[in-house]
Design a protein around this ligand. Structure first.
Ligand code: NI
Length: 255
């Protein structure tokens, strides 16, 4: 029984065969998933999906790349959505210095606003970080994000940074990259982070695990991530599945 804590089956790449994708996930033992929306269209689509499929939940937020587009009414809309029974987190939110569509200062402000909202509505947060680790950690600390905690999504940092995040009440979520041959840091993180603080995800349709690297990713492949963690930790797949699913349910307040 696996929990894909971060997927985008709301992406248009799943338009044609969403039902078959959900079926394959079930067959692979993926019982739960969180569908992540990060702007108006993807949030609306995520809500449609979670209204239709059992054991699917939504996270709603504003992506840092598009921070410059977020208006006050968008933030108010996120607050409204926080009361939806299947919305279990806010995000993805954070900082992305790889793309320069939104200036850093705007990204930081939009990130802070969403953390404050999460504390107001008492939901955990899902963090997107690309090439901005130091500023992400600083803002999480300054905004006292540990009050709600959350997930460092598709974590790619060092074990030292992972430790800092654990100390702030965050879980570490690993995705496809942990299965890549030359991915030293994610493998090291998988070994060092205790089982009760690890989660698994796909971030599909992106970041497909080996041997599907470069192809469209999908929730069924989260099993390959869990298998890799089991191998690295020297425990069974069943143990990884059981513990990561229990962690996710606890964090999202499911059951
Ligand atoms: Ni994502």
């Amino acid at each position: 029984m696996l929990f894909d804590t971060h997927c985008h089956v709301n992406d248009e790449q799943f338009g044609e065969d969403l039902e078959a994708t959900m079926e394959r996930a079930k067959t692979a033992g993926v019982q739960y998933m969180v569908v992540v929306g990060f702007d108006r269209p993807t949030i609306e689509k995520a809500l449609k999906i979670v209204d239709f499929y059992d054991n699917t939940y939504a996270s709603v937020g504003w992506h840092p790349v598009d921070a410059i587009d977020m208006q006050d009414e968008d933030l108010a809309w996120l607050e409204e959505l926080a009361t939806h029974p299947k919305v279990v987190a806010l995000g993805e939110m954070g900082l992305d210095y790889h793309w320069d569509k939104s200036p850093k200062e705007v990204q930081k402000e939009v990130f802070r606003k969403q953390i404050r909202l999460a504390k107001k509505v008492n939901l955990p947060i899902i963090i997107h970080n690309r090439e901005a680790t130091e500023d992400v950690v600083t803002i999480l600390r300054e905004e006292k994000a540990e009050q709600v905690g959350g997930i460092m999504h598709c974590f790619s940092g060092s074990p030292e940074i992972a430790k800092k995040c654990l100390d702030m009440n965050f879980y570490i979520s690993l995705g496809g990259p942990v299965t890549f041959k030359n991915a030293k840091k994610p493998k090291e993180v998988a070994i060092q982070v205790p089982m009760d603080r690890l989660l698994v995800e796909t971030d599909c349709p992106y970041l497909a695990p080996h041997p599907y690297r470069g192809k469209r990713n999908e929730p069924a492949y989260v099993k390959l991530v869990a298998e890799q963690i089991a191998e690295l930790k020297g425990i069974s797949l069943q143990e990884v599945a059981q513990q990561t699913t229990a962690n996710a349910k606890k964090l999202f307040g499911i059951e």
